[in-house]
Design a protein around this ligand. Structure first.
Ligand code: UDX
Ligand code: UDX
Length: 470
């Protein structure tokens, strides 16, 4: 398969058919028609959804993804649960399984739980039939490649003459824009030691990505860069969210401030939208990883510094929850609140670490009845996130999922906008506000409402970051 160290990649497999593995492999199959790509996962239901004839049922919602799947599926892109045979027949194996934060033992609450990555490495050691390139795609703590290497190259089961080459190739795609991010990445990062293995992966990306954008580093730089990129992005959001609170009390306008600072090229215009706090599977987990790493190396001040980014994120959710309670006369019992948006951002059905989860829990705790509308998130998902006993009649009454904005807002005392879905920018407030119980409140946490549309209506408005509406 690999002669004279010139690696010819005929088949790739990816373990983990989630938000990262699915779209990334779909893009490789789409661009490299001569490579067979197999995506495998332990989860049988998930794989059957990836294979579902109805593309509406794909387990990951991403604009543009279903078109690519329909073009490549069952040609050079397959989805299966046959982990063993996929490993046996692949020249290159991506690991894209989840790496949740450890919930017990050393580093609980901060360190990553690497048990899934470890079990993938053991499977690869057991089943790989020839020299194999193993690519870390999951976001993992710095030095994970060491662990993978040790398992692969010292396992009792590994074939005596097979060699493994571990690369770190972190994913920088953001959900909701994954396809575009994969098509036109700012950069591709490949960390590794073996020049030929690095080149083999680089050759795949260079089919559609300018070689100048493909950065080659050592493994640790690559792993640390991923954590650092996410920590810096999250830090911007916590920073801008603190300024949103200052704007509300001083009369400065958060949009004007963001625009003014963003025009400074050294700061840049992106990632300056204030909101209800950041969510998603990566930011919190990666900062916790940095905190753990810092403490491990005795850098306690560094750990404290990054902790603040998370503290401010929690504070933003907490202060919005308190504010809603205060505006509704300190009492939410028997009041109906419409929750508009539950996903952690627009254009995804993902709710991991969504601010909506904490804010909804706080409102439920205060006795509110919630009617949640999200165009892509199922009630099954919402019920899991809010720990609802869906079989219990009580909870069913307290929290329900609405089929439309209209249903959610009917007779509501308040509506809280938590995700910036496109359709929320076009709500006909004059129609929907009529059906609300007065005095009614709208809490706009995502800056979607143009105030001119609402100031003539008999409705109160609070907009995060604006003094006039505080
Ligand atoms: C990715 C990265 O892998 C993670 O480290 C990063 O922090 C977030 O993005 P993501 O694709 O979003 O994870 O996770 P998820 O959608 O949960 O998909 C992971 C998949 O791996 C799941 O479908 C799960 O069933 C599968 N899995 C997990 C396996 O197939 N084998 C395992 O041993 C563990
Ligand atoms: C992030 C990184 O952007 C991506 O590079 C990495 O690979 C994975 O983690 P993702 O979590 O999918 O991607 O979404 P992102 O667009 O970064 O948004 C994260 C959170 O920040 C969301 O809750 C979003 O609403 C919030 N956000 C983002 C803001 O509040 N304001 C902004 O200006 C941008």
């Amino acid at each position: 398969m690999f002669e004279n160290n010139n690696f010819k990649i005929n088949k790739i497999c990816c373990i983990g058919a989630g938000y990262v593995g699915g779209p990334t492999m779909a893009m490789i199959a789409f661009k490299c028609k001569d490579i067979k790509v197999e995506v495998v996962d332990l989860d049988k239901k998930k794989i059957s959804l990836w294979n579902d004839k109805n593309l509406e049922n794909l387990p990951v919602f991403e604009p543009g993804l279903s078109q690519i799947i329909s073009e490549c599926r069952n040609k050079n892109l397959t989805f299966s649960n046959n982990i063993k045979s996929a490993i046996e027949t692949s020249d290159m194996i991506f690991i894209a399984v989840n790496t949740p934060t450890k919930s017990s033992g050393i580093g609980a609450g901060e360190a990553s739980d690497l048990r899934f990555v470890e079990s993938c490495a053991r499977d690869i050691a057991l089943y790989a039939s020839d020299n194999t390139i193993v690519v870390e795609k999951s976001t993992i703590p710095v030095k994970t490649a060491d662990i993978i290497n040790k398992i692969l190259n010292t396992s009792n089961n590994s074939k005596k003459d097979s060699k493994f080459y571990v690369l770190s190739n972190p994913e920088f795609l953001a959900e909701g824009t994954a396809i575009n991010d994969l098509l036109n990445p700012n950069r591709v990062l490949i960390g590794g030691e073996n020049h030929y293995a690095i080149e083999a992966l680089s050759d795949i990306y260079s089919v559609w990505i300018d070689k100048k954008k493909i950065i080659k580093t050592n493994v640790w730089s690559s792993e640390l860069s991923k954590l650092t990129a996410n920590a810096f992005l999250a830090q911007r959001l916590s920073s801008v969210n603190t300024i949103s609170a200052i704007c509300e009390t001083t009369g400065a306008n958060i949009k004007e401030v963001s625009k003014a600072i963003g025009m400074d090229k050294r700061i840049g215009e992106y990632f300056l939208n204030h909101g209800p706090g950041f969510g998603g599977s990566c930011f919190k987990k990666d900062i916790l990883n940095l905190i753990y790493l810092s403490k491990f190396y005795g850098l306690f001040e560094v750990a404290e510094y990054w902790k603040q980014v998370l503290k401010i994120n929690d504070w933003q959710k907490e202060r919005i929850s308190k504010l809603i309670v205060n505006k509704l006369f300190g009492n939410l019992k028997s009041k109906k609140i419409a929750i508009l948006g539950f996903a952690f951002k627009a254009n995804t059905n993902d709710t991991r670490e969504s601010s909506a989860i904490d804010i909804c829990k706080n409102l439920i705790e205060e006795g509110a009845n919630l009617s949640i509308y999200d165009p892509k998130v199922s009630f099954e998902r919402i019920a899991l996130d809010l720990n609802l006993d869906v079989a219990g009649e009580d909870q069913n009454k307290k929290v329900n999922s609405a089929k439309s904005i209209e249903e959610s807002m009917k007779n509501a005392d308040a509506a809280v906008i938590l995700t910036e879905w496109e359709e929320f920018f076009n709500i006909e407030w004059n129609l929907f506000s009529e059906s609300m119980r007065k005095p009614a409140w709208i809490f706009d946490c995502r800056d979607v409402i143009r105030t001119s549309e609402i100031d003539h209506l008999k409705i109160n408005l609070w907009k995060c970051g604006y003094a006039k509406f505080s």
